[in-house]
Design a protein around this ligand. Sequence first.
Ligand code: SF4
Ligand code: SF4
Ligand code: SF4
Length: 300
Amino acid sequence: MAQNRRDFLKTLATIGVSTGAISAVTPQVAKAGPTNILSDNRMGVLVDATVCIGCRKCEWACQGAHDKVQQDFIEYENNDVFKKARRPDTNNLTVVNKYDSELLGSETIKLQCMHCDHPACVSACIVGALSKEENGSVIWDTDKCIGCRYCMVACPFQVPALEYYKALDPKIVKCDFCFERTKEGNLPACVEICPVEALTYGKREDLLIEAKKRIKNHSEKYFNYIYGEHEVGGTAWLYLSDKELAGEVFPKLGNDPAPGVSESIQHGLFAYFVPPVALYALLGGIMWLSKDKDKSEEKL
Ligand code: SF4
Ligand code: SF4
Ligand code: SF4
């Protein structure tokens, strides 16, 4: 019987509650709530897919800014890469994919962590390694990360990747919204390099105003929807396109924050003592589900 990640989470939520009920005689105290500060001034990026030319310079710049393996610049002009939709991974924190488009013939769209306002990954992390920062970034503490892959299962966009090649100490990796650069007043590397200003960095609320203005002034060009404005409670990265992105480029998601399921598991684990053997079984299940995610999911 096929089981997807979210089904698995729901199952675990049930197990967490029932395990808690069984172990209720020895409750543990720990509370595991996310630190979720939503500043009115939090930042975001408006991605205008109608402007993107698919040059993949953003991929190149991102790799350079994060000590990843960069190919020769010329390699990024090879359009063969568009034959198959890709997902962000440990060396490519952002990827550009090509999709069919009614108006434009094809449209290229950059993908990375969406930096959710209510990040499921933050809620799911059992050691508190992930956090939503006041400037909108969702970042993590590598020293705290135990490589359990809980965030990978919880993320509605299936973004975090695991360093499988580090067998003894794998950590999760994803776009960090160039936290170190923006802290110093610099633009995210991908935004800075984009030659056609398909990416706009700014206050999220200003970006929404700008996006609505573009739709109003060019209704013939844009699909009347800003992806990320409401999905899972809103995301820092917002998308304009000439077509509906939900269902093809992104999953169709509701407007409620995603952490509900993962939080209930986490609280089940922390509120009651779960024996190590149960925790290992849980982590084993997560590993089983996430080990071939690249094969099973081509869409973000
Ligand atoms: S897209 Fe996924 S990894 Fe990024 S903040 Fe949202 S839940 Fe976390
Ligand atoms: S914000 Fe930074 S880490 Fe994220 S995709 Fe852009 S360059 Fe990469
Ligand atoms: S650098 Fe800009 S134009 Fe080029 S692929 Fe990235 S978002 Fe699109």
